[in-house]
Design a protein around this ligand. Structure first.
Ligand code: COA
Length: 140
């Protein structure tokens, strides 16, 4: 969980306030909630010499639920490799459409990978509002 927390509090500072980041990645995470979420997803972890560099979680219907890169590994292709493998696995099991709720930080990343914005959304976490984009990609 520290990768997730560090990623949000380091890589998301340009688009989200400290209050938003604290609501998104609380320093005291709800571990039961996380266990439940991971049980419902397939998760891939990128690591180097045992050190986690990033992870992606996705669901059989093509939903990319979570994608986080460690701050020290940012802009080195980690998330691209994870997304590529997730799409490969989903495609192998028949998915033709992939979708995600992208943060303002992640939207350029997903656009680069062929996702299009379907709609802008406003959601609340712990009473704090966030903007994000529903994005979708059809397989070629
Ligand atoms: C979004 C995130 C997963 C990208 O991870 P990454 O491993 O740095 O991404 P990659 O190195 O594979 O990036 C590939 C391309 O995506 C685009 N991209 C990635 N991060 C970007 C950013 N912050 N701003 C603009 N474009 C970006 C670029 O085109 C990049 O290619 P380039 O580095 O050659 O310019 C990472 O910034 C992150 O964890 N952010 C904080 C948490 C978050 O918002 N997660 C998504 C929740 S929906």
């Amino acid at each position: 969980m520290s990768l997730f927390t560090e990623s949000v509090h380091t890589l998301a500072t340009t688009e989200y306030t400290a209050e938003q980041r604290a609501a998104w990645a609380p320093t005291d995470p709800d571990m039961d909630g996380w266990r439940q979420r991971f049980q419902e997803c397939q998760t891939l972890v990128a690591e180097e010499e045992g050190i986690p560099l990033g992870f992606i979680s996705f669901e059989p219907d093509g939903h990319i639920d979570l994608l986080y890169t460690a701050p020290d590994a940012a802009r080195q292709g980690v998330a691209s490799a994870l997304l590529g493998e997730a799409v490969r696995q989903l495609s192998a099991s028949g998915s033709r459409t992939f979708y995600t709720e992208a943060s303002l930080i992640a939207a350029p990343f997903f656009k680069r990978h062929g996702f299009e914005v379907i709609e802008e959304q406003r959601v609340f976490r712990g009473g704090v509002g966030f903007r994000r984009y529903l994005m979708r990609k059809e397989s070629a």
